[in-house]
Design a protein around this ligand. Structure first.
Ligand code: SF4
Ligand code: SF4
Length: 245
């Protein structure tokens, strides 16, 4: 598969159109090798009304990054379907409203860097031109920014940026490979949120911490608040950062 990356600015024209009328419809949902973020999993398991544990077991596989020791979660490969996504159907994506951030961005790739002077996050985009995708060249009068708005990718980007910040902290403080128990902490607190909640509520995971009552109620009811707490707890447990409620 040939692939080109073309840098684009937020105000550049996005000459691209995707839909069932394209001969390549659904082709981008096959032959997957797609890492899923904690927020991707949160959204899809909620949409399917199943626990994170069930979602991870049913739909994903996990391996440990050989150099980082970080867990890498992907859709479970299924050779019988040509490694198609478990959620692709003839009519398109069956979890469309809750599809992963990378599916929303495609055919764009997004990278971020924090400005050292202001602390602001800067975004960089590139168009990924792959042979199978036939949506290029459609002049629909949209800029990259307008196209991104239509993908409703803001919540995913905000949450995924928190993950990138955590990984950047890990790389500064522990540039080598995490130990097995440390990888387990990452996986539990970020990817397996319902198990993390159960360990907090019923198995004394945080017995040495006094959680303010309103905070305990918030993370009991709100998965996104629990994920934010999971990121903060990993920073505290593994990298010595202060935990604030
Ligand atoms: S989640 Fe939806 S959009 Fe993403 S690869 Fe699967 S079917 Fe395609
Ligand atoms: S291959 Fe490209 S144009 Fe075709 S359905 Fe996927 S994103 Fe849309």
């Amino acid at each position: 598969m040939s692939e080109d990356m073309i840098p684009l600015g937020i105000n550049d024209p996005m000459e691209f159109g995707c839909g069932a009328e394209n001969p390549c419809f659904n082709e981008c949902c096959r032959d997957l090798n797609q890492a899923l973020t904690p927020y991707d999993i949160l959204r899809m398991k909620k949409a399917l009304k199943i626990s994170s544990h069930s979602f991870l077991r049913e739909y994903t596989s996990m391996h440990i990054g050989p150099e980082t020791g970080l867990p890498v979660v992907e859709f479970k490969p299924n050779p019988a379907t040509g490694h198609a996504c478990p959620f692709v159907t003839e009519k398109g994506c069956s979890v469309y409203e809750d599809r992963p951030g990378s599916c929303r961005l495609y055919p764009l790739a997004r990278a971020i860097a924090r400005d050292r002077a202001t602390g602001e996050i800067r975004e960089y985009f590139a168009l990924i031109k792959e042979d199978h995708c036939k949506g290029f060249g459609k002049k629909e009068g949209r800029t990259v920014g307008k196209w991104l708005e239509g993908q409703h990718v803001g919540d995913h980007n905000r949450q995924n940026d928190k993950l990138m910040e955590l990984i950047s902290l890990k790389n500064q403080i522990m540039p080598g490979r995490l130990e097995g128990a440390e990888s387990d902490i990452f996986y539990l607190a970020l990817y397996n949120l319902d198990e993390f909640r159960d360990k907090i509520q019923n198995q004394g995971l945080l017995k040495d911490l006094v959680l303010p009552r309103d905070f305990a109620e918030k993370i009991a009811a709100d998965d996104t608040a629990l994920l934010d707490f999971g990121i903060a707890w990993v920073k505290h447990r593994l990298f010595g950062r202060e935990l604030r409620f």
